[in-house]
Design a protein around this ligand. Sequence first.
Ligand code: HAM
Length: 423
Amino acid sequence: MIASVKGTRDLLPPETRVWNRVEAAAREVFALYGFDEIRTPALEATELFVRSVGESTDIVHKEMYNFTDRGGRSLTLRPENTAGVARAYVEHALAQAGRPWKLYYIGQQFRYERPQKGRYREFRQIGAEVLGPADAATDAELLVMLFDFLGRLGFTGLSVSLNSVGTEATRPAYVEAIRSFFSSNEKTLGDDDRRRLAENPLRVLDSKDPAVQDLVASENFPRMVDLLPTLDPAADAHHRELKALLVASKVPFKENPLLVRGLDYYTRTVFEVTAAGLGAQDAILGGGRYDKLVADLGGPRTPGIGFAIGEDRLVDILPEKFRKEAIEGARRVAVIPLERADVGESMTLAESLRKDGILVDLVTAAKGPGHGLKVAKKTGAALAILLGQEEREKGIVNVKDLARRTQESLPRLGLAAALRARL
Ligand code: HAM
């Protein structure tokens, strides 16, 4: 037997019904807010992620699926989708349209991480990006949309962790403050964190080392939001306006001055939503502003903001009501021909019912009616129609309710309406 690759998984029915419902809800809600779908390739040039996500991040440093293709190009299976969206924006000169672009995507991402609950090497994200506007209202509306979506899935009690990581203007001073904080504590740092401190001190805030986490959480650790008012009053005003708009829009949030997110492209707003019930991998989504990314990729300076939801994690903690409705929602009818001679008529009947919007599963190749009913039950049909010579001649069908174990004869005329009343 050849097993699936470590860290990847097959999504099987009926679970795929739940995934489809979640994705349909995302499409529906995002469209209400003026978003359109973008589909970018799963394969990108390695350089794209080095330049956007950042060389010193864990993702680029140790989690990417890189390989050299037969033409000698260095390619990477995308670890995230924001970089691909920004690349496409530049490549297709979308800026020239002179309008904001509101884009969403649903798709696989790949990271070479140690697999555990909620963490896979192939996983799926539902994400959205807004390219163009830089105002706080854009940030607020994105979060309003996100909570609208989560609310429609039945989530309650979720809250956003919110922070501002400042801008290019404030970064050098913040980085300096972090360096000087650690200058007296450098011995506490392991190899990984020492490398982070040298290459990109902000990444020390992502450290998984408990001793370092304690230091970062301590009172004297510098916080960007405290530096903002003096270093960058405009970024500070943006942050304050966003918070006011979130309060007005009733989006629940908590400030988390230590949130920096593990990707280098962020400027100003960053946010995350965590949920109980997920264990160690408790972030169901993350996002933020990236006002320099498009320019860094060679495009015209274009601010952007977005989020990506980890769909695997989202589905894992989906409210039971939504899951149940997704699985049981579409009630089906099985049509079972009694003899081979009844197959043609059964197909015709099945087609006519489908035209009336009824989900019909034609059960052929059954070893007799008893077996046919068993198959119908196992595939989850609610009703089964038995069709034989007698029924054909009389213009009726025998309908069995598989849960209630009742049977009745119904005329072929008006059958769809009669079935719908019983489904
Ligand atoms: P991220 O925080 O790296 O951000 O990933 C977003 C979400 O993807 C995480 O919160 C998590 O739910 C899910 N995720 C990440 N890694 C895994 C994994 N190995 N297995 C399962 N789920 C995972 C980004 O990717 C940014 N592109 C988000 C963004 C969009 N920022 C601006 N626009």
